[in-house]
Design a protein around this ligand. Structure first.
Ligand code: GRF
Length: 194
C-alpha cells in the first residue's frame, strides 16, 4: 500500500465502543491513518452518534432496502471507492462480508472477535465461552474471509474467567481488553505501511 496516510472506513452495527477506542488512538496520533467514514447497517446504531461527535462522516442504510445482499454490497462498495478507502475495519459489524467486498479489499478487512479463535466463533463468543466453563477466553483480531470468524489471526489477548466472574463481569473484562488490543494491533499493522 505504500507509505501514504491510509484511508480507513469503519463498519459497525451497534454501540461502537471499539470505534471509540480506535478513533481516540487516531486522534492521539497513535495510528497513522485517517478515518474517512463510518457506515452502519442499522440507522439507529449508537456508533453513528459517536461518529458525529468526532466529526467523522457517516452514512447508513439497511440491507432490506435492497433486493439482494449483492446490491447492498455494491452500493457500499461504490461509496467506499468514492472515499478511496484503503482499509476496512469492522467494529461490531454483525454481517458476513460477501465476495463483492472481499475481492475489492484482499487482506484489507480486519475484525475483532470476543473469544480466542478458533474457539467460540459466531454471534455469542463471550457467552458461549462462559457457558462452556473455560478458564481462559479472550479477544482475537483477524483478517476477514468468507467464513464466520475464520480468517487469518493477527493478534490475540487472553482474559481469565475467575471463579467469581458472572457473564456481565466477563463481558466488561473482554470489552476492556478489546479497547486496548484493537487500537494497538491496528497501529502495528497500519504504521508499518505495508
Ligand atoms: C465487540 O465485542 C466485538 O468483539 C464484536 O462485537 C462487539 C462490538 O461492540 N465483534 P462495540 O459496538 O464495539 O461496542
Amino acid at each position: 500500500m505504500g507509505n501514504s496516510l491510509k484511508r480507513v472506513a469503519v463498519l459497525a452495527s451497534g454501540n461502537g465502543s471499539n470505534f471509540e477506542a480506535i478513533i481516540q488512538a487516531v486522534e492521539e496520533g497513535r495510528i497513522n491513518c485517517s478515518v474517512e467514514l463510518v457506515f452502519s447497517d442499522k440507522p439507529d446504531a449508537y456508533v453513528l452518534e459517536r461518529a458525529k461527535n468526532h466529526k467523522i462522516p457517516f452514512t447508513s442504510f439497511m440491507i432490506k432496502d435492497f433486493s439482494s445482499k449483492l446490491e447492498y454490497e455494491q452500493e457500499l462498495l461504490r461509496i467506499l471507492k468514492e472515499n478511496q478507502t484503503d482499509i476496512l475495519i469492522l467494529a461490531g459489524y454483525m454481517r458476513l462480508i460477501g465476495n463483492e467486498l472481499l475481492e475489492a479489499f484482499p487482506q484489507r478487512i480486519i475484525n475483532i472477535h470476543p473469544s480466542l479463535l478458533p474457539s467460540f466463533p459466531g454471534l455469542h463468543g463471550i457467552e458461549d465461552a462462559f457457558n462452556y466453563g473455560v478458564k481462559y477466553t479472550g479477544v482475537t483480531v483477524h483478517y476477514v474471509d468468507s467464513g464466520i470468524d475464520t480468517g487469518k489471526i493477527i493478534n490475540q489477548a487472553v482474559v481469565d474467567i475467575a471463579p467469581d466472574d458472572d457473564l456481565e463481569s466477563l463481558e466488561a473484562k473482554i470489552h476492556q481488553t478489546e479497547h486496548i488490543i484493537y487500537p494497538d494491533t491496528l497501529a502495528k499493522l497500519i504504521n508499518k505501511g505495508e
